[in-house]
Design a protein around this ligand. Structure first.
Ligand SMILES: Cc1cc2nc3c(=O)[nH]c(=O)nc-3n(C[C@H](O)[C@H](O)[C@H](O)COP(=O)(O)OP(=O)(O)OC[C@H]3O[C@@H](n4cnc5c(N)ncnc54)[C@H](O)[C@@H]3O)c2cc1C
Length: 396
């Protein structure tokens, strides 16, 4: 894919000028509210991805050669802050934060050219096929196999909880090429065409009523060896690869988003005449402290990246704080609204289109997806607090 951008800032553009230029772009091209229908919503998001990409306002940390902006870190933070301020979504997709940094670091030039720009532009939707029944927290026990036959692998097995699988074009997966006993030493990183014969996607309904994730079955699926990232049996270190600047700036974006959401919640408390109640004030003050900690922690991740090259365990601290915060915040909002807080968005009396109830239901999964809170706590205990290794887990 030929990549030609026009809006990439020069090294010397001042922070203020860059911020002003982003603000103008987001105002002039604001995509508007996403439609309710899931198919229309996806088309809307893809169109917005393409608008940002074609204008050169996509991929803040990505190399320019693949359509990114290759921004300095200060400019990346401004970019994330302006996205949150304008209430526009960033480029969509699991692939961007996880698969892309892996391909940038370990992929061949041909793989980079084939996969990166279409992923960033939203032409191809990617999803993460790691988890399996029986292989979630203990991912090295995964059982989906890939058998080499000439220039192809033949894949058989099952993945589960695959977010966005129903819309995906590509699955980035971990498959077993070694023996079951070889655990993480027998795992390979493969990119699988979601439309290939033998791939079956079965949607799973979630608590919000949507089907955000799915089960994926592989029955003799043929995958070219050229779609393997890294070497055979050496996929595991790729999983542990740094998620890089995009993820750190993403933590900054979440802090900026929750800053805005907390201001909206405080306004709601005022509107409903509850803001002067001591218990409500106390709780809002607690959220205020937590949202500020979130921002400082994002700054800590950024500093770790600048000094050590990767976010390290600070990202586990960040995830634990954010996931607990978003659950508490939505639960509080529902309590604040009283019975009205339980009305769903179909009700004409729902407050703010039931955003707080939907948020409450959606965030039930926050402390499970992307590694459960227990697993994050283990990481923090071992890597930050230097406590002994969890005796329930095999040695690393
Ligand atoms: C909304 C959502 C989206 C997801 N999207 C994806 C996706 O796109 N792609 C993908 O590959 N996966 C995805 N997942 C799967 C997710 O990564 C797993 O659910 C998660 O890693 C937990 O694995 P599990 O469900 O198998 O639970 P298990 O690992 O079986 O854990 C069950 C319970 O035991 C606890 N536990 C397990 N081991 C330990 C331990 N050593 N110490 C302490 N406690 C422990 C866990 O914390 C948990 O409470 C998603 C999950 C959710 C909820």
């Amino acid at each position: 894919m030929t990549v030609q951008q026009t809006n990439i800032p020069s090294e010397i553009e001042s922070d203020d000028d860059f911020r002003a230029r982003l603000r103008t772009f987001f105002t002039d091209h604001h995509p508007g509210k996403p439609p309710r229908d899931p198919k229309e919503r996806l088309a809307h998001q893809k169109a917005w991805n393409a608008t940002m990409f074609d204008a050169g306002f996509s991929g803040p940390s990505w190399p320019k050669e693949f359509g990114g902006m290759e921004l300095s870190f200060a400019h990346q933070v401004i970019y994330q802050e302006e996205l949150a301020r304008a209430r526009v979504p960033g480029p969509m997709g699991t692939g961007l934060g996880i698969a892309a940094p892996t391909i940038i670091r370990y992929g061949t030039q041909a793989q980079k050219e084939e996969f990166l720009a279409p992923m960033l532009r939203g032409d191809k939707i990617w999803c993460q096929g790691y988890s399996e029944p029986g292989a979630g927290s203990d991912l090295p026990s995964l059982r989906t196999t890939a058998r080499r036959e000439g220039d192809e692998y033949v894949v058989n097995g099952q993945k589960v909880w695959t977010t966005q699988a129903t819309n995906a074009d590509v699955l980035f997966t971990l498959v077993r090429t070694g023996t079951q006993e070889s655990r993480q030493k027998g795992i390979t990183y493969l990119l699988i065409d979601a439309h290939a014969p033998g791939v079956e996607v079965r949607p799973l309904r979630d608590i919000t009523g949507g089907a955000g994730f799915a089960e994926v079955f592989f029955d003799d699926v043929h995958v070219p060896v050229s779609h393997r990232i890294g070497e055979e049996n050496e996929g595991w270190p790729l999983v542990r690869t740094s998620l890089g600047h995009e993820r750190a700036a993403g933590a900054m974006n979440q802090a900026a988003v929750y800053r805005r959401v907390l201001d909206e919640l405080t306004a709601l408390a005022r509107e409903r005449g509850r803001a002067s109640e001591p218990l409500i004030r106390d709780q809002l003050a607690d959220f205020e402290i937590r949202v500020r900690i979130m921002r400082y922690n994002a700054a800590r991740i950024i500093s770790d990246i600048l000094t050590k090259g990767e976010p390290g365990a600070a990202s586990s601290v960040s995830r634990m704080l954010i996931t607990a915060f978003e659950q508490d915040l939505h639960e509080f909002a529902i309590g604040l609204l009283g019975p009205a807080g339980l009305l769903t968005k179909d009700s004409p009396h729902a407050v703010q289109r039931a955003r707080w109830l939907t948020g409450f239901l959606r965030t039930r999964a926050s402390t499970i997806g992307a590694g459960t809170s227990e697993i994050q706590r283990n990481t923090v205990a071992e890597q930050v607090l230097k406590l002994p290794h969890d005796p329930g887990m095999p040695p690393r």
